[in-house]
Design a protein around this ligand. Structure first.
Ligand code: AMP
Length: 541
């Protein structure tokens, strides 16, 4: 017997409709690409979204057409999200940090028909435009006064496009499983692969993200997503905030510590989200200027492991709670989040921090398990480690236009490529990416754990660990460090510091000091590049 419940599809357009009706006066604030702060409300955004929706339909956008964006976090990018998906198009976000070859591959693979581009990113499109096969037009996200000279003849001015159109009369309604947005994984090997989200998955993910024990989104909150809208939809914040009427603050192109700090203070931000490198910049700014942000209650940090030193500094020096999150492009991205249970908090600070550096417990909707090489499920005892498999209603079931994905071929589970443990309380902890783990004497060394501990040393600002070949042990770890300004750490002092924190045989065999670590397009340290440069490093006798 079926329940007697209306069969109302979950639609992205309903989020902006709802925000207009019940949170219309809540603000959306942007540091614009042109410079000045732009301020308007959900009600203002709603009118512009509906005008843009009409414009897109007049440009010929049909159900399922891919429309790309190459843009920073701004209100205009937010409008594109809703207008494109609302009309049944697919918002395809492009990462400006990708190489020209990757951009060409992705745009052609997705067969994007239009591209929305920020003024300062237009040169990236100009450089590759002759190789783009499907593109009909380029919509520059600015007004006529700021429209740059360009060698391209198919430029459309965004503000004029909106001004020239009236609001679309009604949103189309279609199956909630219809594709809504597309994001390619950065892929360190092989070509990037497309994760294709649906209206249903996006709305369910937004509900989950708003839960108190996830991002705690509500009308009371002021949310600043530093995490880019071109990377897994800024972790879904543009949807969750709209669902709950949280005030949104967009940082535009300026992501340095001073600029982010200014917005946090001026807009009285309560929650901000981003990858660890962004927070490193902010913490340095706070320390150097002896300042803090009284309104800021919590940060959501994920994308790579968060070092304990960062969690402690946020908590103890600046009274900001860190919620350590783990997810993937293929998971929309929310998977797990680490918030210590009450009983762990009561066990004292060290237990609490120990729990916070784990990647956390799954959000309702996501199931996780670990398996060995024979695909047998391993116990959740906090000791056994194996590959993490996941499933749930916002996890991809395949890649866009790509039928041979081994990762999706596991009896309905997605194989993440992360190796981890799960403890009896349900907390998952990543040991490593399967390809980064160091195999020494038949045992595994977790590069993530070693990096995390090394970053607690006062002379170490950033650390990365890779394995190098060893005649006896197969591989041994070496530590690559960006020192704290003015410091020159040595291997002896770091190993002494690490000696009561990790097993003795984990201690790195050598130390290399560098000025910078190579970061990939989503802010993760590029281990492939480090291995290329230092993988044959000769170890001391
Ligand atoms: P992406 O799809 O580019 O967001 O990358 C997803 C991958 O980033 C995951 O499979 C993990 O290897 C890594 N990752 C994401 N969040 C974390 C985290 N909190 N700790 C450690 N690794 C993480």
């Amino acid at each position: 017997m079926r329940g007697l419940i209306m069969d109302k599809p979950l639609m992205i357009s309903s989020l902006i409709e709802h925000a207009n009706r019940v949170s219309g006066d809540r603000e959306i604030v942007t540091r614009s690409v042109e410079g000045p702060i732009h301020r308007y409300t959900y009600a203002d955004a709603y009118v512009r979204v509906r005008k843009l929706a009409n414009a897109l339909s007049e440009l010929g956008m049909k159900l399922g057409d891919r429309i790309a964006t190459l843009a920073w976090n701004t209100n205009r990018h937010f409008e594109c999200y809703y207008a494109v998906s609302g009309m049944g198009g697919i918002t395809h976000t492009l990462n400006p940090r990708l190489s020209p070859e990757q951009l060409i591959y992705i745009i052609n693979h997705a067969e994007d028909s239009y591209i929305f581009v920020d003024v300062n990113l237009l040169p990236l499109v100009e450089a590759v435009s002759s190789k783009l096969r499907s593109l009909k037009g380029i919509i520059v996200l600015t007004d006529e006064n700021n429209l740059p000279e360009s060698k391209l003849d198919n430029l459309i001015c965004y503000e004029k496009l909106i001004d020239d159109h009236s609001m679309v009369s009604d949103w189309p309604e279609f199956d909630e499983n219809t594709a809504s947005s597309l994001c390619y994984t950065s892929g360190t090997t092989g070509n990037p692969k497309g994760a294709l989200y649906s209206h249903r998955s996006t709305i369910l993910h937004a509900y989950a993200s708003a839960l108190p024990d996830v991002m705690n989104l509500s009308e009371k909150e002021v949310v600043l997503p530093v995490v880019p809208m071109f990377h897994v939809n800024a972790w879904g914040i543009p949807y969750g905030a709209t669902m709950t009427g949280a005030k949104l603050v967009f940082p535009g192109p300026k992501l340095d510590g001073a600029s982010v700090h200014e917005l946090l203070v001026e807009e009285e931000v309560t929650m901000a989200a981003g990858v660890p490198t962004v927070w490193l910049g902010l913490l340095n700014h706070w320390k150097a200027n002896k300042t803090k942000v009284p309104s800021l209650k919590r940060t959501i940090i994920g994308g790579t492991a968060v070092p304990q030193s960062m969690i402690e500094t946020f908590q103890e020096k600046f009274n900001v709670d860190v919620r350590h999150a783990w997810g993937m492009t293929e998971m929309s991205p929310l998977g797990t989040i680490s918030i210590p249970k009450e009983k762990i908090v009561k066990e004292g600070k060290q237990k609490r921090y120990r729990s916070q550096i784990k990647q956390g417990r799954p959000v309702f909707g996501v199931e996780i398990k670990i398996v060995n090489d024979q695909n047998e499920t391993l116990p959740n005892d906090g000791k056994a480690f194996g590959e993490l498999l996941v499933r749930g209603p916002w996890i991809t079931s395949g890649y866009f236009k790509n039928d041979d994905s081994d990762s999706h071929n596991n009896d309905g589970w997605f194989a993440t490529g992360d190796v981890c443990t799960i403890d009896p309380e349900g907390y998952m902890e990543i040991t490593d990416r399967a390809k980064d783990v160091i195999k020494s004497g038949g045992e595994w060394i977790s590069s993530i754990d070693l990096e995390n501990q090394a970053m607690g040393h006062p002379d170490v600002m950033l650390a990365a660990v890779i394995g190098v070949p060893h005649p006896k042990w197969d591989e041994r770890p070496i530590l690559i460090v960006v020192p704290t300004e003015g410091k020159t750490p040595n291997l002896e002092s770091i190993n002494e510091f690490l000696s009561d924190k990790v097993a003795k045989w984990w201690l790195p065999d050598d130390l290399i000091l560098v000025e910078d670590l190579p970061l990939g397009p989503t802010g993760k340290v590029l281990k492939t590049k480090l291995r290329k440069e230092f993988g044959k490093h000769a170890l001391p006798e």
